[in-house]
Design a protein around this ligand. Structure first.
Ligand code: ADP
Ligand code: TRP
Length: 325
């Protein structure tokens, strides 16, 4: 099965991104044929500093490698290195109805939030995403729930192209993790952990021990003293229990038992220790890769070369089917 996913180079990876998405990629690469890329062209639709941008792409690649993506098993590259993404995007634009794009929730939300930067690229974002996916005859796309609508549009575009010009693209399916993998904010546990809500709400995958300690000890908890999973009455403690369970491999029931008469402070202290130990290999790998920039750049260009072989084969077929010389 061919698996493909992309991530934008913005912000630093937090444990929500890891537990909800990247950890799944790491597992999938054991058995499947995986392609992961840094969606740098998609990021151009937002506000960014051009001088800092190359560094952000490099940093995101390092973070993904440090999180466990193995360049021997998976293809990893920056999207803009493979020009076929934009070429196919243009062709798909010519069969995508504007009305379909106007329905996209992400576009509506982003244009509401940033009314000074509603560019055509933001509107066309889902078509570039469809091109990313269809270019590689992808079977499955591991994404968060928020991306399912874009996946549906990708299928619609593939079907439309196939009906009009003959069988060319596979229709991909979305691989969405079960609901348990939604990690909530440390400061406002009714909202999801998100890099756009500031550093205190997020636990970075690469945070240093003293930062982990501080963030966990000051995480918002709830009334009462018992460590018990209860999403309505104890959203804060429930979120910390979820994180504890996912990093320790213990069940929530067992953790509740272990801390039944110990109170919140002891539970948080133990969680901080667990996280300091569990995240240590990620910090170490990231530091090691930061000192090996040439090696990381080589991974990116080798990845792009491998990706391009697949992309070019699809484009040759597409060009012929639509009647380009
Ligand atoms: P953010 O909300 O921090 O900006 P992104 O939108 O860049 O994160 O998401 C990157 C990936 O991480 C997506 O696949 C998304 O579904 C996943 N993800 C983001 N936040 C969480 C979270 N709090 N819990 C689980 N998964 C998440
Ligand atoms: N739009 C995705 C996000 O915001 C990133 C992305 C770009 C992507 N192209 C993709 C994800 C192709 C999966 C497949 O998270």
């Amino acid at each position: 099965m061919r698996v493909l996913s992309g991530i934008q180079p913005t912000g630093e990876m937090h444990i929500g991104n890891y537990l909800g998405a990247v950890r799944n990629w790491v597992n999938l690469q054991e058995k499947e044929d995986c392609i992961f890329f840094i969606a740098d062209l998609h990021a151009l639709t937002g506000i960014y500093q051009s001088a800092e941008f190359p560094n952000m792409v490099l940093k995101k690649t390092i973070e993904i490698l440090a999180a466990g993506i193995d360049p021997e098993r998976s293809i990893i590259f920056p999207q803009s290195f493979v020009k076929e993404h934009t070429e196919l995007c243009w062709i798909l634009n010519t069969i995508t109805p504007v009305a379909e794009l106007e329905r996209m929730t992400q576009y509506k939300e982003k244009s509401r939030k940033s009314s000074t930067n509603i560019n055509a690229g933001l509107f066309d974002y889902p078509v570039l995403q469809a091109a990313d996916i269809l270019l590689y005859q992808t079977d499955a796309v591991p994404v968060g729930k928020d991306q399912v609508q874009h996946l549906e549009l990708t299928k619609t575009i593939a079907r439309k192209f196939n009906n009009k010009f003959g069988q060319t693209f596979k229709e991909p399916k979305a691989l969405v993790l079960p609901a348990g993998a939604k990690i909530m904010s440390l400061t406002e546990p009714k909202k999801k952990m998100s890099k756009s809500d500031g550093p205190q709400n997020c636990l970075g995958l690469f945070d240093e021990p003293d930062v982990i300690q501080k963030k966990i000890m000051s995480a918002t908890t709830d009334m009462g003293k018992t460590v018990k999973y209860d999403l309505i009455k104890k959203p804060g403690i429930s979120n910390l229990l979820t994180i504890y369970s996912l990093f320790s491999g213990k069940t929530i029931k067992d953790i509740e038992k272990e801390f039944s008469d110990k109170g919140y402070a002891k539970f948080k202290k133990s969680l901080a220790e667990l996280l300091i130990t569990s995240l240590e290999p990620f910090r170490r790998k990231k530091k090691e890769l930061e000192n090996r920039e040439v090696y990381v750049r080589e991974i990116m260009s080798q990845g792009a070369k491998k990706a391009q072989v697949i992309a070019q084969a699809t484009m040759q077929d597409v060009r012929k089917k639509i009647g380009l010389l």
